[in-house]
Design a protein around this ligand. Structure first.
Ligand SMILES: [Zn+2]
Length: 138
């Protein structure tokens, strides 16, 4: 499935639906194991540490730190031509899990390892809001 510009659109599954519903509310939802307390992202039907199926959903703070990034200058397809240059980054959430995302809200050249960022949500379609991160001030 693609949006009107031709960008790929995530298709929620049984594992990921609570995450996408959270994005629509402006909440970054991650999982915590009811057995061992492990936080995880991406969503799974079991705990990646202890294999327990007692995984609960909770709202993450949305605060994170950039641990790696690259600046994309050549669009992967025509649908992304208007977006370059843009930043693809790995961020470590305050709760521990790492997410791949985009850093927005500042020039790509300002992005740095260790930068404090916070989640925002950008509309892709009527159903899908994409979580992205911007520099956190204060
Ligand atoms: Zn566990």
């Amino acid at each position: 499935m693609a949006d009107p510009q031709g960008k790929p659109v995530p298709a929620p599954t049984r594992e990921t639906l609570p995450f996408w519903e959270g994005c629509r509310r402006g909440e970054l939802m991650i999982q915590r194991c009811g057995e061992c307390g492990h936080f995880q992202f991406f969503p799974r039907l079991y705990c990646a540490r202890c294999m327990s199926e007692r995984v609960d959903w909770l709202k993450a703070s949305g605060r994170a730190e950039v641990t790696s990034f690259t600046i994309v200058r050549r669009p992967v397809s025509a649908a992304f031509a208007a977006d370059v240059p843009y930043v693809v980054a790995l961020v470590r959430l305050e709760e521990g899990p790492t997410m791949m995302t985009n850093i927005v809200g500042c020039p790509p050249e300002r992005v740095a390892i260790g930068m404090a960022v916070e989640a925002i949500f950008e509309r892709l379609t009527d159903e899908i809001m994409l979580p992205k991160f911007r520099p956190r001030n204060g």
